[in-house]
Ligand binder design. Sequence first.
Ligand SMILES: Cc1cc2nc3c(=O)[nH]c(=O)nc-3n(C[C@H](O)[C@H](O)[C@H](O)COP(=O)(O)O)c2cc1C
Length: 385
Amino acid sequence: MMSDYAHDSFRCRSGFSSPPGMARKSAPDDPGSSGRGQARRETTALLRTPLCDLLGCDVPILLAGMGGVARWELAAAVARAGGYPTLGMVREAPDLIEAEVTALRRVTDRPFAVNLIPAATDPDLLRVQIDRCLALGVGAFSFFWDVVPDAVERVKAAGCLVLHQVGTRQAARDAEAAGADVLIAQGIEAGGHVHGRAAAFTLAADLLRATHLPVVVSGGIVDGKGLAAALAMGAAGVQCGTAFLATEESFAHDAHKARVVEAGAEDTILTDVFVLNWPKGAAVRVIANSVTAALDGRLLGHDPQDLPREPIAWDDGTARLRYSTDSPLRTTTGNLEAMALYAGQGAGAIHDIPPAGERLRGIVAEAAELLARHASGRVTQGDRT
Ligand SMILES: Cc1cc2nc3c(=O)[nH]c(=O)nc-3n(C[C@H](O)[C@H](O)[C@H](O)COP(=O)(O)O)c2cc1C
């Protein structure tokens, strides 16, 4: 079966409209009526897919719901530049979720999703997280890891959109059966927790054949080449984590951002040693550090029960343990180098820490240029942009 979206997601459109009830405040990044605004409108129209109508964004670039990192400032910057933001709220207290949603809404009325990880969250906490989101009128959720049908069904029954990130065809089937509206195909290149073992474009191609849902490619995408390739294959858009982690507005610690800038394409590794508080075997992609160097090549096969509980850093007085899944945030002090320094394989192509809007516009401009050149037959194999 071919995804419905595969047929028309590469179609060029002119102009754009918000879904009903999604009127927007004008924001500094909105394309205005100037010549530059006109050029930007034409560029975004070229990249627009039906997913943009579904989500209420201008370009099909999703900010990944990175726990700790994707807070309101980053979400606002991505939204104002035309992308679709996700607040990374895994295991956060309902009061923090409310504070982040409120802060985001104070600066933009563009749509957004809240990311939660049902399978890795205590069921009582998950219930009150969802309660609070629904009470706040959150309109979309992005879920990840094993599909928990109850969670999907509950927010669908409340009228919310569900985006589900998956790493396998089976998880995609489970998410679709539970009622998900959008599948995010996460590849092994991705930064952070990695659920499957297939490459992002391989999995996305498989899901395009296997489902009618829109498919978003996630993992290793940091520039317009990735977005252009995703749209050309019939995907509905891309999701980026690492590319937005290394921006001014992200809540990651500067030391983490600096490691992403320094990293080459082969400096990230997949390991399950950062696993305290997660199910055994949950692997993450991180930049190699002193903790992974000490493993002598045994990157996988660690049991959380065998790992010592040793505080190495602190966040507002809360201890962060060696081998935990916490990454260093703006507020973290201590041995930051030994924490989980999440990054995808695309880190090698990240060389700076710009404002997030600038990062997004760079991806958009490069993708539009590449697709236009392809359409006019001007691309040769030796071309480099
Ligand atoms: C720092 C960091 C934290 C992440 N935290 C989460 C999370 O809390 N929930 C989630 O669904 N995905 C999380 N991810 C994974 C992303 O959803 C996404 O799959 C990944 O960032 C895509 O790969 P890329 O980083 O190469 O763009 C995280 C990724 C990073 C880099």
